[in-house]
Write a protein that binds this ligand. Structure first.
Ligand code: COA
Length: 294
């Protein structure tokens, strides 16, 4: 007699994400996955200050990264900025912003040692070091520290009305959250120099043309398009994604010769994983891969 066994998906429980007034986290189930996989949509929430990064935001961001890293079912993280609130009567509406930079009010009167402490191992570096895929969803100004947040994500998708720049030069400063290094990696030396020297803003079409953005879409389509990409990425093996991120990073950190050797080593190591066996078998059987994520 044939005995049927019902295999229920083992839903691990996601711990409630840390919530702050200035940074909210929504977990969005990935429909194509039957194991509880989610995308985390993280919103920087200071719309009246164009989502500028003050100490509350950066502290909350570090906490968010630790949470996202520890939650197995969080497989892709989207970072965005809150939309403007309805204006108070008689006042003009604030513009759309991803993040308009570090909070400039916190620079006033600050000294070298204080800034050194604040900017060493900062929240944006923590985001960069998150081992999972990250996407910046940009709708509006991405300036200074805001552009640096976007550059710390793996992929950038923006609305046509977005604007990008490193205006720190106008404050007698330079980017301080790793922006100089990551802009050179993304744009090349010449374009990065031009942006940092002039402090001028560029629009989304130009940002896309020079390689700063992966995609430019209408504002109305931004969330849908970003979620589609996030869910697609989240449906892959999280273990393989982590290895992919590590290897692509080695291209930046190690240079070509060492990077190729790192790739060869980590590529070979994937052949000891269940997910590699599952993926190959699923392809050969014309089946869907059900990842073990290890
Ligand atoms: N830090 C602190 N507050 C900021 C900010 C920042 N980086 N960027 C914007 N704000 C605040 C403004 O002070 C203003 O606050 P208020 O309404 O309480 O006065 C509010 O956000 C709206 O900005 P506002 O300047 O009125 O909007 P705008 O449409 O006239 O101009 C920008 C938009 C983005 C051009 C302008 O806000 C700007 O240049 N911001 C600073 C960008 C910058 O230099 N970033 C790098 C910092 S290192």
């Amino acid at each position: 007699m044939h005995r049927w066994t019902l295999e229920l998906p083992l839903f691990a429980i996601i711990m409630t994400p840390p919530q702050h007034d200035v940074l909210t986290i929504e977990t969005i189930p990935v429909e194509s996955c039957d194991d509880g996989t989610v995308v985390a949509l993280v919103t920087i929430n200071r719309p009246n200050k164009l989502n500028a990064l003050n100490v509350d935001v950066t502290t909350a961001m570090k906490e968010m990264v630790a949470w996202a890293e520890s939650e197995d079912l969080v497989r892709c993280i989207i970072i965005t900025g809150a939309q403007p609130l309805a204006p108070e009567e008689g006042k003009r509406a604030k513009p759309n912003a991803f993040v308009a930079g570090a909070d400039i009010t916190e620079f006033q009167g600050a000294g070298v040692e204080e800034i050194k402490i604040k900017f060493t191992n900062n929240a944006i570096e923590t985001l960069w070091n998150l081992s999972k895929p990250t996407i910046a969803m940009v709708d509006g100004f991405a300036l200074g520290g805001g552009l640096e947040v976007a550059c710390s994500c793996d992929i950038r998708i923006a609305s046509t009305r977005s604007k990008f720049g490193t205006p720190e030069i106008n404050l007698g400063l330079i980017p301080g959250y790793g922006g100089t290094q990551r802009l050179v990696a993304l744009l090349g030396y010449g374009k990065a120099m031009e942006m940092v020297y002039t402090g001028e803003m560029i629009d989304a079409v130009e940002a896309h043309r020079i390689g700063l953005l992966n995609h430019v879409v209408d504002a109305d389509d931004l969330k849908q398009r970003t979620l589609e990409m996030a869910c697609l990425i989240a449906s892959k093996s999280s273990h393989t994604l982590r290895v992919a991120k590590k290897v692509l990073r080695s291209a930046l950190d190690e240079g070509l010769t060492k990077g190729v050797a790192t790739e060869a080593r980590l590529f070979a190591e994937l052949f000891s994983t269940e997910d590699q066996e599952i993926g190959v078998k699923a392809f050969l059987n014309r089946d869907k891969a059900h990842w073990k994520h290890r």
